[in-house]
Design a protein around this ligand. Structure first.
Ligand code: B12
Length: 210
């Protein structure tokens, strides 16, 4: 098995301790950081399918998530550009009721790398906290909301509504996460949706300079 395939399989198995070493070995062998990240994302998708099929349960999903996060820590310096320009502040968080943060963390990392200051509110973030963060930080250009559960999509809608009704200005709202579609994004009045972290950073730059 190639090193990169080994990374995929060990993330699926949630082998947290050996993942950092394996990812480093894959990098040393010349695998691209973007490709290693992609196999880890694929691994999480397999884990989700196994969960849906009742083959694994929440604890297995959790250890797989931890393993992926450890791998991303090793990849981070290879994925970020080190752009030090300041395009403004991006507030990011996973919406209320939702504890998924891997995708949100990747989006935060890529947006930071594109030249924004990122204020990460974490997971299970109530709409009031997003508003407070816009009020308390300077030059907020982007508010990014992540959601991975169909059951928390209403919380995303409520968050966008509250931000739009807050009379605060100068920022655009981006939404994303596996169940979110462009149609849902426009239905809830978000300013932008993108399917992944790389395109989120490109879109954030576009929105901030519009
Ligand atoms: C890992 C995981 C967990 C972990 C999360 C740990 C963590 N620290 O995040 C744990 C074990 C805690 C968990 C719990 C649960 N989970 Co879960 N989980 C997953 C799993 C396997 C992987 C998610 C993931 O990290 N993917 C990898 C990342 C990189 O992808 P991503 O998050 O989609 O992010 C990318 C894009 O969506 C986008 N993006 C993300 N956010 C944003 C934001 C913006 C602004 C933009 C522009 C883009 C963007 O960019 C990202 C990078 O490219 C998914 C399966 C799946 N296919 O998604 C299920 C899944 C999301 N979980 C599911 C469920 C049901 C649950 C539980 C309800 C299970 C339970 N019975 O308790 C709980 C809910 C807990 C809660 N309240 O949140 C279901 C959701 C079903 C649904 N339709 O709602 C899924 C789909 C599994 C399944 N197939 O059934 N889960």
């Amino acid at each position: 098995m190639s090193k990169i395939q080994e990374v995929k399989s060990k993330v699926e198995q949630g082998r947290t301790k050996i993942i950092p070493g394996l990812v480093q070995e894959a990098l040393d062998e010349g695998d691209k950081a973007e490709d290693i990240l992609q196999v880890m994302i694929d691994a999480m998708s397999t884990v989700g399918d196994k969960f849906s099929a009742g083959e694994i349960f929440v604890p297995e999903m959790l250890v797989a998530a931890k393993a992926m996060s450890k791998g991303v820590d090793v990849l981070k310096p290879h994925l970020v550009s080190g752009d030090t320009s300041s395009l403004g502040t991006c507030i990011i968080g996973t919406v209320a009721g939702d504890l998924h943060d891997i995708g949100k963390n990747l989006v935060a990392m890529m947006i930071e790398s594109a030249g924004f200051k990122v204020v990460d509110l974490g997971v299970d973030v109530p709409k009031e906290k997003f508003i407070e963060a816009v009020q308390q930080n300077d030059n907020v250009k982007i508010v990014a909301c992540s959601g991975l559960l169909t059951t928390t999509m209403p919380a995303m809608k409520e968050t966008v509504k509250a931000l739009k009704e807050s009379k605060l200005q100068g920022f655009k709202i981006m939404v994303g996460g596996a169940p979110v579609t462009p149609e849902f994004a426009s239905e809830i009045n978000a300013d932008a949706y993108t399917p992944d972290a790389g395109s989120a950073a490109v879109e954030a730059k576009k929105l901030a300079s519009a």
